[in-house]
Write a protein that binds this ligand. Structure first.
Ligand SMILES: [Mg+2]
Ligand SMILES: [Zn+2]
Length: 175
Protein backbone atom coordinates (compact mmCIF):
# COMPACT_ATOMS: atom_id res chain seq x y z
CA UNK A 1 0.00 0.00 0.00
CA UNK A 2 1.36 3.42 -0.89
CA UNK A 3 0.36 6.22 1.42
CA UNK A 4 0.05 9.96 1.23
CA UNK A 5 0.56 11.36 4.73
CA UNK A 6 -0.89 14.81 5.09
CA UNK A 7 -0.31 17.48 7.65
CA UNK A 8 -3.64 19.22 8.38
CA UNK A 9 -3.20 22.91 9.25
CA UNK A 10 -1.68 24.72 6.29
CA UNK A 11 -2.27 21.79 3.94
CA UNK A 12 -5.92 20.71 4.20
CA UNK A 13 -7.09 23.96 5.74
CA UNK A 14 -5.67 27.44 6.10
CA UNK A 15 -3.58 27.74 9.21
CA UNK A 16 -4.89 30.59 11.34
CA UNK A 17 -3.29 29.05 14.43
CA UNK A 18 -5.09 26.53 16.64
CA UNK A 19 -8.05 26.09 14.31
CA UNK A 20 -10.67 24.25 16.35
CA UNK A 21 -14.13 25.19 15.05
CA UNK A 22 -16.03 24.65 11.82
CA UNK A 23 -16.43 28.43 11.49
CA UNK A 24 -12.68 29.01 11.26
CA UNK A 25 -11.97 25.96 9.11
CA UNK A 26 -11.35 26.99 5.49
CA UNK A 27 -10.14 24.41 2.97
CA UNK A 28 -7.03 25.52 1.07
CA UNK A 29 -7.46 26.37 -2.58
CA UNK A 30 -7.42 23.31 -4.87
CA UNK A 31 -6.98 20.83 -2.01
CA UNK A 32 -9.83 18.64 -3.29
CA UNK A 33 -8.23 18.40 -6.74
CA UNK A 34 -4.81 17.75 -5.22
CA UNK A 35 -6.07 14.89 -3.04
CA UNK A 36 -8.06 13.41 -5.93
CA UNK A 37 -4.91 13.41 -8.05
CA UNK A 38 -3.11 11.19 -5.52
CA UNK A 39 -6.16 9.04 -4.76
CA UNK A 40 -6.55 8.37 -8.50
CA UNK A 41 -2.97 7.10 -8.56
CA UNK A 42 -3.84 4.57 -5.87
CA UNK A 43 -2.61 6.32 -2.74
CA UNK A 44 -4.29 5.73 0.63
CA UNK A 45 -4.72 9.04 2.43
CA UNK A 46 -3.79 9.62 6.08
CA UNK A 47 -3.73 12.81 8.13
CA UNK A 48 -0.96 13.19 10.72
CA UNK A 49 -1.47 16.34 12.75
CA UNK A 50 0.04 17.94 15.85
CA UNK A 51 -2.82 19.28 17.96
CA UNK A 52 -0.99 20.72 20.93
CA UNK A 53 -3.93 23.10 21.40
CA UNK A 54 -5.55 20.21 23.24
CA UNK A 55 -2.61 19.75 25.62
CA UNK A 56 -2.35 23.50 26.09
CA UNK A 57 -6.03 23.65 27.04
CA UNK A 58 -7.07 25.90 24.12
CA UNK A 59 -9.72 23.42 22.97
CA UNK A 60 -10.84 19.95 23.95
CA UNK A 61 -10.42 16.54 22.38
CA UNK A 62 -14.19 16.63 21.75
CA UNK A 63 -13.84 19.93 19.86
CA UNK A 64 -11.19 18.29 17.70
CA UNK A 65 -13.33 15.19 17.08
CA UNK A 66 -16.37 17.23 16.10
CA UNK A 67 -14.32 19.30 13.65
CA UNK A 68 -12.66 16.15 12.27
CA UNK A 69 -16.01 14.48 11.62
CA UNK A 70 -17.28 17.56 9.82
CA UNK A 71 -14.08 17.77 7.76
CA UNK A 72 -14.25 14.09 6.77
CA UNK A 73 -17.89 14.46 5.72
CA UNK A 74 -17.07 17.48 3.57
CA UNK A 75 -14.20 15.56 1.96
CA UNK A 76 -16.48 12.56 1.33
CA UNK A 77 -18.89 14.90 -0.42
CA UNK A 78 -16.03 15.79 -2.74
CA UNK A 79 -15.36 12.08 -3.35
CA UNK A 80 -12.29 12.00 -1.11
CA UNK A 81 -11.80 9.35 1.54
CA UNK A 82 -9.29 9.80 4.36
CA UNK A 83 -8.53 6.37 5.77
CA UNK A 84 -7.35 7.51 9.21
CA UNK A 85 -6.69 10.73 11.10
CA UNK A 86 -3.79 10.43 13.54
CA UNK A 87 -3.24 13.29 15.94
CA UNK A 88 -0.91 14.20 18.76
CA UNK A 89 -2.86 15.97 21.53
CA UNK A 90 0.20 16.69 23.67
CA UNK A 91 1.93 19.94 24.50
CA UNK A 92 5.65 19.99 23.56
CA UNK A 93 6.65 19.71 27.25
CA UNK A 94 5.02 16.29 27.45
CA UNK A 95 7.92 14.87 25.41
CA UNK A 96 5.64 12.28 23.86
CA UNK A 97 6.70 10.12 20.95
CA UNK A 98 3.84 11.16 18.66
CA UNK A 99 4.47 14.88 18.26
CA UNK A 100 6.06 15.53 14.86
CA UNK A 101 8.94 15.30 14.04
CA UNK A 102 8.82 12.16 16.23
CA UNK A 103 7.50 9.23 14.27
CA UNK A 104 4.85 7.84 16.66
CA UNK A 105 1.93 8.52 14.34
CA UNK A 106 3.65 6.77 11.44
CA UNK A 107 4.51 3.80 13.68
CA UNK A 108 0.83 3.65 14.64
CA UNK A 109 -0.24 3.63 10.98
CA UNK A 110 2.25 0.86 10.21
CA UNK A 111 0.73 -1.31 12.95
CA UNK A 112 -2.61 -1.29 11.16
CA UNK A 113 -1.84 -0.87 7.47
CA UNK A 114 0.70 -2.59 5.20
CA UNK A 115 2.26 0.67 4.09
CA UNK A 116 5.28 0.67 1.80
CA UNK A 117 7.23 3.73 2.96
CA UNK A 118 9.51 3.51 -0.08
CA UNK A 119 6.60 4.48 -2.32
CA UNK A 120 4.88 6.85 0.11
CA UNK A 121 4.75 10.62 0.49
CA UNK A 122 4.61 13.16 3.31
CA UNK A 123 3.34 16.68 2.68
CA UNK A 124 3.47 19.56 5.14
CA UNK A 125 4.20 23.21 5.64
CA UNK A 126 6.60 23.04 8.57
CA UNK A 127 10.12 21.89 9.24
CA UNK A 128 8.70 19.23 11.59
CA UNK A 129 6.73 17.69 8.71
CA UNK A 130 9.78 17.29 6.50
CA UNK A 131 11.79 16.02 9.49
CA UNK A 132 9.05 13.48 10.18
CA UNK A 133 9.35 12.29 6.60
CA UNK A 134 13.10 11.90 6.96
CA UNK A 135 12.94 10.35 10.45
CA UNK A 136 10.29 7.81 9.41
CA UNK A 137 12.03 7.07 6.09
CA UNK A 138 9.06 8.13 3.99
CA UNK A 139 10.65 8.25 0.55
CA UNK A 140 9.11 11.45 -0.81
CA UNK A 141 8.47 14.74 0.91
CA UNK A 142 6.62 17.82 -0.29
CA UNK A 143 7.07 21.17 1.40
CA UNK A 144 4.51 23.94 1.00
CA UNK A 145 5.98 27.32 1.88
CA UNK A 146 7.23 30.68 0.69
CA UNK A 147 10.81 29.52 0.20
CA UNK A 148 11.98 26.06 -0.86
CA UNK A 149 12.95 23.52 1.78
CA UNK A 150 16.43 22.13 1.11
CA UNK A 151 15.69 18.66 2.48
CA UNK A 152 12.31 18.18 0.78
CA UNK A 153 11.96 16.25 -2.48
CA UNK A 154 9.65 18.98 -3.78
CA UNK A 155 8.76 22.49 -2.67
CA UNK A 156 5.85 24.63 -3.82
CA UNK A 157 4.47 27.96 -2.66
CA UNK A 158 0.93 26.61 -2.44
CA UNK A 159 -1.25 23.51 -2.83
CA UNK A 160 -2.46 25.03 -6.10
CA UNK A 161 1.09 25.11 -7.46
CA UNK A 162 1.66 21.52 -6.31
CA UNK A 163 -1.55 20.43 -8.00
CA UNK A 164 -0.55 22.07 -11.28
CA UNK A 165 2.88 20.43 -11.15
CA UNK A 166 1.73 16.87 -10.39
CA UNK A 167 -1.15 17.16 -12.84
CA UNK A 168 1.30 17.60 -15.69
CA UNK A 169 3.97 15.30 -14.18
CA UNK A 170 1.86 12.32 -13.19
CA UNK A 171 4.78 9.92 -13.71
CA UNK A 172 6.35 11.40 -10.53
CA UNK A 173 3.55 9.95 -8.42
CA UNK A 174 2.84 6.92 -10.56
CA UNK A 175 5.39 4.63 -8.79
MG1 LIG B 1 0.96 22.61 9.23
ZN1 LIG C 1 1.95 13.29 21.32
Amino acid sequence: MKALFLDRDGIINRDYGYVSTIEEFAFTEDIFEFLTLFADQGYTLFIVTNQSGIGRGYYSEDDFTILTQWMLTRLEEEGISITEVYYCPHAPEANCNCRKPSIGMITQALETYPIDLASSWMIGDKESDIKLGTNAKIANTVFIGKSPHLNASFSFVSISEAKIYFESNKEKIHG
